[in-house]
Design a protein around this ligand. Structure first.
Ligand SMILES: [Zn+2]
Length: 482
C-alpha cells in the first residue's frame, strides 16, 4: 500500500512538472487510483445510500443530499444546496479546473420509485448482499450514478488531479415524475450552477448475455413524451335503443385505428448508427433485419419492423413516433348511452417530430368528425426537446475508449424511448450521454430490473461502473500538457 502511494506521488509530480521520459507514458492516464481500496469504500457508501428511503412520492431526498454533502465536505470539497422544497433539495459539488475547457457535468438522481414491501424477498431498504448481488430499491435506478459521481470526485480530489475543466456533480431530486423540484428547478432557476459542455447521466447500460459482455450502449438522444387525448361526443339516450352516434362506439373505433396505425418509419443519426453497429456485432440472421431498417422505405424494412413489433418492441418504437393508448373513460351506468367518452394516448415523439403535422396525420387516420384528437399539457409528462448529442465529440470518444478499456467491448449509441432528466439539460445546449452499469439481459424479464420488486445489481459490476465513470471523467477533464 505504502509503495503504491509513493508511485502515485511521483507520477503526480512528473505530470505537474511536465517532465518527459518513460514515466510520461504512465502519466498519460494520470495517477492510478487504488481500486481495491476504493471498492470497499464504494460498497460502504452504496449500502448507506440504499438504506435511505427516498420513495417518490413523497421523496425526502434531503436524506441523500445530507449524506453526500457530509462525505464531500469531510474531504474539503465544497457543496451547494438548491431547493424549492427544503425536503427535496438538489446538491451541486464542483472541482475547479484551469478553465481551458468548458465544464463537465455528472448527474445522479436521489429519488426512487415507491415499493410494496410485502412483495420483496429482501426488505427494499436493507441493501442486502446475496449471491454476488446487492438488493434494494434504487440499486439500479439510480444509486449507481450517485455513488459513481461521489467516488469520482473523491478520487480526483485525493489524487490532486490537475483539471482542464471544472467537474460538476449534480444530485437531483424528483426524477421519477416530479421534475419541477429537481432538474426543472435547476435548469430554470440555477442553470449557471450546472452549465456544462458535456453531461453524463443514467440510461445507458452494458449488456451481458450469458454472463458475457456484448456491447455498451450510450443514450445520445431520447424521444419526447406527449399526452394526446381522443375526445368523442354524441347524443345521449336510453341504452335499449342503440344510437348511431354512440360516443363509446366512435371512441373505440378511433382507439383501434391509432393503435393499429403503423406510423411511417424514420431514422436519425443516432438510430442509424445504432442499427448499423448492431448489425456489425450480430449473427447474420439478426444482422439482416437491422440492415433492412437502414432503408426505412423498403419492403424489407416493413418486414423487419413487423418482426420487431412482436419480438423487440423497443426497436420498433425507435423507428417512429409511437402511440400507446393507456386510459379510457366514458359512461356512468349500464342503461345510459353517454354523450362523451375519452381516451389518453401516451405518444413518444421522435426528437425532430413536428407536433402539429403529427396530430393532423393522426386525425386523418381516425377519419371521424365525432372524435377530436388534441394535446393535453401535463406537467409530469412534458419535457423540452434538445439536440441529440454528437457522436464525433471528444466525450463520445472518451466513453468508447473507457468502454473498451473496462469492458473490452464496442460502444453503440442509442435513442432512449423513455424520458430522462437529460432532456432538460440538452435543452440548455449541453451534449448529454447516458451511461450505465452492466446487467444481465436475462435479469429484467425475470423480474430483477429497475422499478421491479427485486431490484438488484451485480456487486462486481457496481465497482466496474465506478471505474468506467472515473475513466471517462478523468479522460475528459484531466489537464493535458498542451
Ligand atoms: Zn432513473
Amino acid at each position: 500500500m505504502r509503495k503504491r502511494v509513493r508511485v502515485v506521488a511521483v507520477l503526480t509530480a512528473v505530470a505537474a512538472l511536465g517532465i518527459g521520459g518513460p514515466l510520461r507514458i504512465h502519466a498519460q492516464n494520470g495517477p492510478a487510483p487504488d481500486w481495491p481500496r476504493l471498492n470497499d469504500e464504494t460498497l460502504r457508501h452504496f449500502q448507506a445510500l440504499l438504506r435511505l428511503d427516498t420513495q417518490n412520492p413523497p421523496g425526502n431526498e434531503h436524506l441523500v443530499t445530507d449524506f453526500v454533502k457530509s462525505v464531500l465536505e469531510k474531504e474539503g470539497i465544497p457543496v451547494q444546496i438548491f431547493a424549492s422544497d427544503p425536503k427535496r433539495p438538489n446538491l451541486v459539488a464542483r472541482l475547479k479546473g484551469n478553465g481551458k475547457k468548458q465544464p463537465l457535468l455528472y448527474m445522479g438522481h436521489s429519488d426512487v420509485v415507491t415499493v410494496d414491501p410485502k412483495k420483496w424477498t429482501f426488505p427494499p431498504f436493507s441493501a442486502t448482499r446475496d449471491g454476488g448481488y446487492i438488493y434494494g430499491r434504487g440499486s439500479l435506478d439510480d444509486r449507481p450514478h450517485v455513488v459513481a459521481g461521489l467516488m469520482t470526485l473523491l478520487t480526483l480530489k485525493r489524487l490532486n488531479v490537475p483539471l482542464d475543466r471544472d467537474v460538476i456533480f449534480l444530485v437531483e431530486s424528483g426524477e421519477e415524475g416530479t421534475t419541477g423540484v429537481g432538474i426543472g428547478f435547476m435548469t430554470s432557476q440555477h442553470a449557471d450552477a450546472i452549465a456544462a459542455e458535456y453531461c453524463l447521466a443514467e440510461t445507458g447500460s452494458v449488456a451481458r448475455v450469458g454472463g458475457k459482455v456484448t456491447y455498451a450502449s450510450v443514450q445520445a438522444t431520447e424521444k419526447l413524451p406527449r399526452r394526446v387525448e381522443l375526445f368523442a361526443s354524441g347524443p345521449s339516450g336510453h341504452a335499449s335503443r342503440p344510437l348511431q352516434g354512440n360516443a363509446v362506439v366512435h371512441l373505440a373505433a378511433a382507439v383501434a385505428a391509432v393503435g393499429k396505425w403503423r406510423v411511417p418509419m424514420r431514422l436519425n443519426a443516432t438510430t442509424t448508427e445504432f442499427f448499423r453497429r448492431m448489425a456489425d456485432i450480430s449473427p447474420e440472421t439478426e444482422a439482416v433485419r437491422y440492415r433492412a431498417l437502414l432503408d426505412p422505405a423498403s419492403p424489407a424494412a416493413a418486414a423487419a419492423d413487423a418482426y420487431f413489433a412482436e419480438h423487440e418492441p423497443g426497436y420498433s418504437s425507435m423507428m417512429r413516433t409511437s402511440i400507446s393508448p393507456t386510459m379510457i373513460e366514458g359512461g356512468y351506468r349500464l342503461n345510459v348511452i353517454p354523450s362523451e367518452a375519452r381516451a389518453s394516448l401516451d405518444v413518444r415523439m421522435l426528437p425532430d417530430e413536428n407536433p402539429d403535422q403529427f396530430l393532423a396525420a393522426m386525425t386523418r387516420v381516425i377519419n371521424d368528425p365525432a372524435v377530436v384528437a388534441r394535446y393535453v399539457n401535463d406537467a409530469g409528462v412534458g419535457r423540452p426537446s434538445g439536440r441529440p448529442a454528437r457522436l464525433d465529440s471528444e466525450a463520445f470518444a472518451a466513453i468508447q475508449s473507457a468502454a473498451s478499456r473496462n469492458y473490452d467491448t464496442v460502444t453503440i449509441p442509442m435513442m432512449g424511448t423513455g424520458a430522462t432528466d437529460m432532456a432538460q439539460v440538452r435543452g440548455k445546449g449541453t451534449e448529454c450521454y447516458g451511461i450505465g452499469p452492466a446487467a444481465d439481459v436475462e435479469d429484467g424479464p425475470k423480474g430483477y430490473g429497475a422499478h421491479s420488486d427485486q431490484e438488484r445489481i451485480l456487486e462486481s459490476e457496481l465497482y466496474r461502473f465506478v471505474r468506467f465513470s472515473y475513466d471517462i471523467v478523468n479522460d475528459l477533464a484531466r489537464a493535458r500538457a498542451n
